[in-house]
Design a protein. Structure first.
Length: 288
């Protein structure tokens, strides 16, 4: 999927977010679910994982626990649970959007009463095939659920298997959710806007070549003022930060504005960013 201004990494999802995620690689869904559950557990939130109906509860628990060792204890203690949509709607046998909205509100309230900060839900949307929910009803349900997030006590990731849903449905869901996620944790993606180059994800040893290519392309594209937006990076390594300063020093631009978080600004200053007269740091509050 393409990335744009509403794209984030899964590590940045917080309570109040209603996020879209799509996958074609089966391992990616577990990586995203485990990262989401791990972050939620660390933050003191209750987490519910609704896997593909073809996957048993035991397998789902095993897959996420294998990716994040802290989740094994969280699963045993009930802080993180795996459940099918059939279990969630029981005793009903058919899915009803109005009833589900009520149940989710009740579940959020119960989580708060139990001492959690809020409720996080990761749901693989292939449950709609299992319960014979047509695409139009599913899309209407997704649109109607936005009010659940207003209080900042609930977050959800809706996962769409690109091999199980029509491309137009996946595209509509990507556009219709307030947040869209990168394909997997640790990834680095970027996009160009009229303002400049925006980078999302992790800039580290695994993505260093992609980071350098994106920065180089942005610096080569404009001889005037260039914006490099790092504010949606989850991680900026020393190596990538050093590469950035080296590329800026060699660039033929009038000015390079680096939009960055306070932590990123501190790192760049430690690496002597002030010695580059063409470089300006535009410090913004941490996005997440």
């Amino acid at each position: 999927m393409r990335v744009d201004a509403h794209t984030l990494a899964v590590d940045q999802v917080r309570l109040g977010d209603h996020a879209f995620f799509s996958y074609a690689d089966g391992d990616a869904r577990w990586e995203v679910a485990a990262a989401f559950a791990g972050m939620g557990h660390a933050a003191g939130d209750k987490v519910i994982i609704v896997p593909d109906p073809a996957v048993s509860r035991q397998e789902a628990c095993g897959r996420v626990a294998a990716l994040d060792g802290t989740l094994e204890q969280a699963l045993a203690g009930g802080h993180v649970i795996c459940a099918s949509m059939r279990e969630i709607i029981r005793p009903d046998r058919r899915f009803s959007p109005p009833r589900q909205l009520v149940r989710l509100r009740d579940a959020v309230g119960q989580a708060r009463q139990d001492g959690y900060g809020g409720l996080r839900l990761f749901v693989d949307m292939t449950w709609t095939h299992d319960l014979d929910v047509d695409a139009e009803s599913m899309m209407a349900w997704e649109s109607s659920a936005h009010d659940l997030f207003a209080a900042g006590e609930f977050a959800a990731i809706c996962g769409y298997n690109r091999r199980a849903f029509a491309p137009q449905v996946v595209e509509a869901m990507w556009a219709g959710h307030p947040v869209a996620l990168l394909d997997r944790p640790g990834e680095l993606r970027g996009y160009r806007s009229a303002l400049g180059c925006h980078l999302i994800g992790d800039a580290d040893i695994a993505t260093r070549a992609s980071f350098m290519a994106a920065v180089t392309a942005a610096l080569d594209a404009d001889a005037g003022c260039v914006l490099l937006d790092l504010s949606r990076l989850c991680f900026l390594s020393v190596g990538c930060a050093s590469d950035l300063l080296r590329l800026v020093a060699a660039a033929h631009c009038g000015q390079v504005v680096v939009r960055c978080s306070p932590a990123q600004a501190r790192l760049l200053r430690k690496l002597d960013a002030a010695s580059l007269p063409a470089l300006a740091l535009e410090q913004v509050a941490d996005l997440r």
